[in-house]
Design a protein around this ligand. Structure first.
Ligand code: ARG
Length: 311
């Protein structure tokens, strides 16, 4: 029940190309329950076209330097053998929030976290190195602060927009939706070893914002937190289900699990620095936007790392 649900496989007929002449996506298409993101809002969001034994897979990722994409390890791991995909099998789509307008570049290196072991979902993080990209693809800054229960985060992705919609529901426009971080007590029932959303994973609960969730194809794509008006990368879509293990997206009693990026700082640094260097610059940040008034006492530090001033 805690195993990862596989990334979304595109049918062979779609190949790497998402259908050109498919139906025109409606403005209200969603992650599940989300909306199309405004153009240019997420310059660092990338899609991943993966060549797997079963066909082509769809995931997403986020540029954290001009040449390093962070994604979920399960996206770049062969589900049968556990082997990391070769760079040849990983193509990164970038330069547009519309899937069909993206350019594609081949991965140069693929690094999955050494502790990631399918089908177990912990340490679900990987880094993909590509050729350096233009500053217009401004890398995302990583959020290293406290994430309290009831915090609102924003997930983005090109995954299924309907829990039952299958291939037909892969949107052209990058979708976004708010999600709410779950209570420690309830998340503990779902996520093995969950202490809080300040550990290796962030758990969200669908019941706190009904009808909204990530879904197949969103894996690896970013979950963001807005602090003092700036958006930071906090998590990566990993998996979701309810306590019965039903992976259907957006169930009222469902949970979503996101890899907390800053927890894996040393892994990121081992790949992203010094040659693939992170543009680091701290930024004083205040409080996380929260739902209602539930706050937990204590830790006040909200460190934000790696703000990139880009263009
Ligand atoms: N593992 C899925 C993927 O590879 C993401 C599933 C998210 N599911 C959810 N109910 N939140 O795309």
């Amino acid at each position: 029940m805690y195993s990862l649900f596989l990334l979304f496989l595109l049918p062979e007929t779609l190949g790497l190309g998402i259908p050109r002449a498919g139906r025109i996506p409606l403005a209200d298409e969603r992650i599940i329950g989300g909306t199309a993101s405004a153009i240019g809002e997420y310059p660092y969001a990338v899609s991943l076209n993966l060549t797997l034994p079963e066909g082509s897979g769809l995931c997403g990722g986020t540029l954290i330097t001009d040449r390093v994409v962070v994604t979920a390890a399960h996206c770049v791991t062969n589900p049968d053998t556990g082997a990391i995909l070769s760079p040849k099998s990983v193509r990164v789509g970038l330069g547009s929030q519309k899937l069909r307008e993206q350019r594609h570049v081949q991965a140069l290196e693929v690094h999955a976290h050494p502790l990631f072991q399918p089908p177990v979902s912990s340490s679900d993080i990987a880094l993909i190195v590509i050729d350096p990209q233009a500053p217009s693809l401004k890398p995302a800054a990583i959020y290293a602060g406290h994430i309290p229960p009831m915090a609102r985060v924003t997930a983005v992705g090109w995954g299924m927009t309907s829990a039952t919609g299958g291939f037909g529901s892969v949107p052209n426009s990058l979708q976004e939706t708010e999600l709410v971080v779950g209570s420690q007590k309830e998340c503990r029932e779902f996520v093995p070893g969950y202490e809080s959303s300040d550990g290796p994973q962030i758990c969200t609960q669908n019941k706190l914002l009904l009808g909204k969730d990530t879904c197949q194809g969103d894996s690896g794509t970013g979950v963001f937190i807005t602090v003092a008006g700036s958006r930071y990368l906090a998590g990566l879509t990993s998996y979701g289900a309810n306590l019965m293990g039903d992976p259907t997206c957006a169930l009222d009693d469902g949970f979503g699990v996101y890899t907390r990026v800053s927890y894996f700082r040393s892994f990121i640094d081992s790949v992203a620095s010094p040659s693939n260097k992170l543009a680091a610059e701290d930024d004083g940040a205040q409080n996380v936007d929260e739902v209602d008034d539930e706050e937990d006492e204590g830790e006040e530090e909200n460190n934000v790392e790696d703000e990139e001033e880009g263009d």
